[in-house]
Design a protein around this ligand. Structure first.
Ligand SMILES: [Cu+2]
Length: 411
């Protein structure tokens, strides 16, 4: 293996992007940690690492629970050409460190890895990309030239003969994404002909937690963006068929008014304690009153609000134990914990928690399996036990994804 050469910091106009450790070798894996000061508006960015360029983009404003496009592209930094045949894994973690999205082993033919994800809670979320090249060997056999990673200067993965092989190894890049609290806007048709009204539902906290009071803010504006005076709202909140709250009707047919939800200046707040975690529906039925500055008649909007449980957890976290290793797949550190220490005579269990096939095979990709242990193909959910009686450090790898390397030390 060649050694790490040097390190550089890729900084854009705003320091969005992380430390790029330059590596020229095929099998080294590096994690580039995200910086801590995150701007509330996300910038497009890129990281260059030893001739490999990763471009990363999300919208400048990202709101919690809103399906958000994430664009990732891997190119050769010198030629600008896309890379063909890149394996990759993406993990999204919320501000608590919980995994909220994980790809299984992905494969890109032309270096583009776009996806969409809804960040469940606001604050600093992390998108982690592990990108791996396809080299000359897989499962002990030669990989055809066509299926190896090439710099696609020819413009097509099918004309690989003209393209240089580009076996860059495995790299992990972490990108922070600043996520604003839940906010949803609806443009509604009014019952009066030709009218529209804008309704926005926003929260001020990064997450709504069950059992803790939270304030939802409703803002009603005219098509020109000005506040609508004296809107009246019938607000009802339910979870499934369970009705959590509703404003009560008050007033008369000439001047219909609904309980507390009357705004003199187009803004109404609703403070509630949601009883349990889950998805709630907020229905808002709006009326303009004779004294309103804009007569739209009636309009109805429906919003979905996500409530976390009291620990703020929205997804399962991975378990660890003294004699247990999770097979994560292509995402660094591939096997978790990697570099585990166990006592002589321990039976170590490997669980495939990824969605794809992997192996736990002693040896190295360069010299091949050494015969000490080999799980064979493990499907998703399968596990493999190995009893380790002799002290020493064992290297192991996945024979399918040869950038997946692990070690276990027995003492
Ligand atoms: Cu694998």
């Amino acid at each position: 293996m060649k050694k790490l050469l040097s390190a550089s910091i890729a900084m854009g106009t705003i320091a969005l992007f992380a430390f790029a450790i330059i590596s020229e070798n095929t099998y080294e894996s590096n994690v580039y940690a995200a910086p801590t000061n995150i701007p509330q508006e996300n910038q497009q960015g890129q990281t260059v690492s030893d001739g490999i360029k990763v471009e990363f983009g999300v919208p400048s404003k990202v709101y919690a629970t809103e399906l958000t496009p994430v664009k990732i592209k891997v190119t050769d930094a010198n030629s600008g050409a896309n890379l063909s045949h890149v394996d990759w894994a993406i993990v999204v973690k919320d501000p608590h460190g919980n995994v909220v999205y994980k790809t299984t082993t992905g494969h890109s033919h032309v270096g583009i890895m776009d996806f969409n994800v809804a960040f469940p809670i606001g604050g600093e979320n992390i998108v982690s990309l592990t990108s791996s090249s396809i080299g000359s060997k897989m499962m002990g056999m030669d990989v055809p030239l066509m299926a190896r990673t090439h710099t696609m200067t020819s413009g097509s993965p099918m004309t690989f003969e003209k393209d240089a092989e580009n076996n860059f190894g495995s790299r992990t890049f972490e990108y922070p994404v600043y996520v604003l609290p839940q906010k949803q806007t609806r443009v509604l048709d009014g019952s009066e002909k030709g009218t529209t009204v804008n309704v926005e539902l926003a929260t001020s906290s990064n997450e709504i937690i069950a059992g803790q009071p939270t304030t939802l803010l409703l803002t009603v504006t005219q098509p020109n963006g000005e506040m609508l005076t004296h809107p009246d709202a019938l607000v009802s909140v339910r979870k499934g068929t369970y009705k959590v709250s509703s404003s009560a009707e008050a007033g008369d047919p000439m001047m219909p008014m609904n309980g507390a939800y009357h705004g003199h200046v187009g803004q109404m707040s609703y403070t509630a304690t949601f009883p349990s975690a889950g998805n709630y529906v907020v229905n808002v039925d709006l009326n303009s009153l004779p004294v309103s500055n804009y007569q739209f008649g009636h309009a109805s909007a429906r919003f979905n609000v996500l409530v976390s449980d009291s620990s703020g957890e929205t997804a399962a976290t991975m378990k660890t134990a003294a004699n247990h290793v999770d097979i994560l797949g292509l995402e660094s550190p591939f096997y978790s914990p990697n570099g585990i220490n166990v006592k002589t005579g321990t039976t170590l269990t490997f669980d495939n928690v990824d969605g794809n096939f992997h192996t736990v095979t002693s040896g190295t990709p360069e010299s091949g399996p050494d015969g000490k242990f080999d799980s064979g193909l493990l499907a998703s959910g399968q596990s493999f036990d190995v009893k380790l009686d002799k002290s020493g450090t064992y290297n192991y790898f996945c024979t399918i994804h040869t950038t997946m390397l692990g070690t276990v030390t027995v003492s």
